[in-house]
Write a protein that binds this ligand. Structure first.
Ligand code: HEC
Length: 525
């Protein structure tokens, strides 16, 4: 609820002067574009949100979940590192929803309401080169969550490049997620043979050295389409392994998984690599990954890029007692680039997130990853009560710390890669009017001196205390980001040589929000 309270007050006062928000004119658009694709007859949401009556009946729980940012589920912090196609509500939309409930959730004129959305159950890749399905599977009664792995050997007779992959369960009511991996060993075939049932049970985790993520389905996800001329390499004979999470209570229901695959038609495709760039064995700095009962511990991973890479997306991965995961890069010139932040890690809502634009990082860039684990009795996701020893391992009750990155080896021109082909549903921002922080008085003032800057070295002084880390961002006068440096307290700064002389703007951000005035700085070296 941070930072929302003053906005609510502003909005409530302005609405009491204006008309009250109504379902038809204000709320229906928000619900239809952000909630209905899961909350419908065939979706995974526990109730429908397809008309006014549905929304009125659930208004209080909706308000609670919206205000606390539990719904719509979108784990990445968009303020830290924005991801493409995010399903998030703006602060204004949240405030509007609250004002609507406070006003008694009126319907308004039904003639003004938008049509309920037609729920897309049709496929996103309509002309696949290959369709693969698993056998029909009946979920047994086991009174717990079931993680089932299905194996499909490829034997395509040659290496192929997947340029598009769409994964979907055929019973969306019961499937929580599907993670699709490429495995170049024979192990999954053996595991399959050793288990008398269809597929094999895979205790929550099949990631590890041999499994590279190549596709995924979570509620609301869409096909992965690689940029033109690129694809995920499938070596001849590679196995496709799919892990499906059937939650407790799915007993007796049936499902099978479909994969729609497009192959690259480029004569010489570039390989999209999706690997665990930050790995809990090779890259951990304060390992081993081991958390004592009642201990809260943050682990750090670091990897130095041996060559320049063009990053397309990221998929963090941990298990149950993890509570936060984040990653950033520090370029050789000290520029900090934020890669991803999952402030409330939730094992049930994981995914691969694409960047709105490719992120290019030169050789020598340090890639850092952090994950916090709370092995306490207060952590509601702790599978052990009382807490017990947790170590790195394959079972769901064990832990992991992986950052899968999706990237290309950099080639010049990658700056122009269009990520638009990575289609996801488009979410409307229904309430365009902008009130809020931009218009509020900013409290933090700062001094950058000397200014004009004649040397490389300068000092940043903050007039009031900021809790924790903050960012100094330098943009050109059109607002394009040039360089960011993360600081604590007052800070000494060495400007990189590549910033040319001229006029720039500097401001202070915290959690992606501007919290200071903007200062002009002049560089005359
Ligand atoms: C990606 C799919 C998805 C979207 C989008 C989504 N929900 Fe949900 N919702 C779920 C699922 C699944 C649950 C069941 C709880 C869980 O598993 O986390 C749920 C639970 C809820 C609950 C809690 C019900 C309870 O019993 O406590 C509320 C309220 C809710 N959703 C409201 C909304 C609203 C409002 C929106 C849009 C702003 C929305 N949801 C968008 C999937 C979704």
């Amino acid at each position: 609820m941070k930072k929302i309270v003053p906005l609510v007050v502003t909005i409530l006062t302005s609405f009491s002067l204006m008309a009250q928000p109504t379902w038809s004119e204000d709320i229906a658009c928000i619900v239809y574009s952000h909630c209905s694709n899961c909350h419908n007859d065939t979706g995974i949401g526990p109730f429908n949100l397809m008309n006014y009556e549905d929304a009125y009946a659930n208004r209080y729980s909706m308000e609670y979940d919206i205000a606390n940012k539990i719904m719509p589920p979108w784990p990445p912090d968009q303020d830290y590192a924005p991801m493409a196609h995010a399903n998030v509500l703006t602060d204004d939309e949240i405030a509007l929803f609250q004002a609507w409930v406070a006003a008694g959730a009126p319907e308004g004129d039904p003639m003004q309401a938008p049509e309920p959305p037609v729920i897309e159950t049709s496929e996103g890749i309509t002309d696949p080169d290959l369709v693969l399905t698993t056998e029909l599977f009946t979920v047994p009664s086991i009174n717990s969550d079931l993680y089932k792995c299905f194996v499909i050997p490829t034997n395509w007779g040659e290496d192929k490049y997947i340029s598009g992959i769409e994964v979907f369960p055929n019973n969306r009511n019961i499937v929580h997620h599907v993670l699709v991996y490429r495995n170049l060993t024979n192990d999954p075939i053996i595991d399959d043979q050793n288990d008398p049932e269809i597929g094999f049970e895979c205790g929550g985790s099949i990631e590890g050295g041999d499994n590279d993520l190549i596709g995924e389905w979570v509620p609301g996800s869409r096909p992965w389409i690689m940029p033109d001329g690129t694809g995920i390499k499938m070596q001849d004979g590679a196995n496709i392994v799919m892990q499906v999470h059937y939650p407790d209570g799915s007993d007796g229901q049936q499902d099978f998984i479909t994969l729609n695959i497009k192959f690259s038609d480029s004569p010489n495709p570039r390989e999209v690599v999706q690997d665990q760039t930050l790995d809990h064995i090779a890259d951990i700095q304060n390992g081993p990954l081991f958390i004592l009962p009642y201990e809260t511990k943050t682990f750090h991973e670091k990897y130095v890029l041996p060559e320049a890479r063009t990053f397309l997306g990221v998929a963090p991965h941990a298990h149950l007692i993890c509570t936060r995961m984040w990653s950033f890069a520090i370029k050789p010139d000290g520029d900090t680039v934020k890669m991803v932040n999952i402030p409330n890690w939730d094992f049930d809502w994981q995914g691969l997130y694409y960047y709105p634009e490719p992120i290019i990082l030169p050789a020598g860039t340090e890639l850092h990853g952090y994950a916090r684990y709370e092995n306490t009795a207060d952590n509601p996701n702790n599978p052990n009560n009382p807490p017990s020893f947790v170590t790195l391992g394959e079972e769901t009750e064990d832990e992991m710390m992986l950052f899968f990155y999706s990237y290309l080896y950099y080639e010049s021109g990658d700056e122009n890669i269009q990520m638009g082909g990575l289609s996801h549903p488009h979410y409307n921002n229904c309430n365009e009017q902008s009130v809020g922080l931009n218009d509020l008085e900013r409290e933090t003032k700062f001094n950058l001196y000397p200014n004009p800057i004649h040397a490389d070295q300068l000092y940043l002084e903050i007039n009031n205390s900021i809790q924790g880390e903050y960012d100094l961002e330098i943009t050109d006068i059109s607002g394009k980001r040039i360089w960011t440096r993360t600081c604590m307290n007052n800070c000494e700064i060495i400007l990189p040589q590549h910033i040319n002389n001229g006029m720039y703007l500097a401001r202070i951000l915290q959690n992606g929000q501007t919290i200071s005035n903007t200062e002009k700085i002049i560089l005359m070296r």
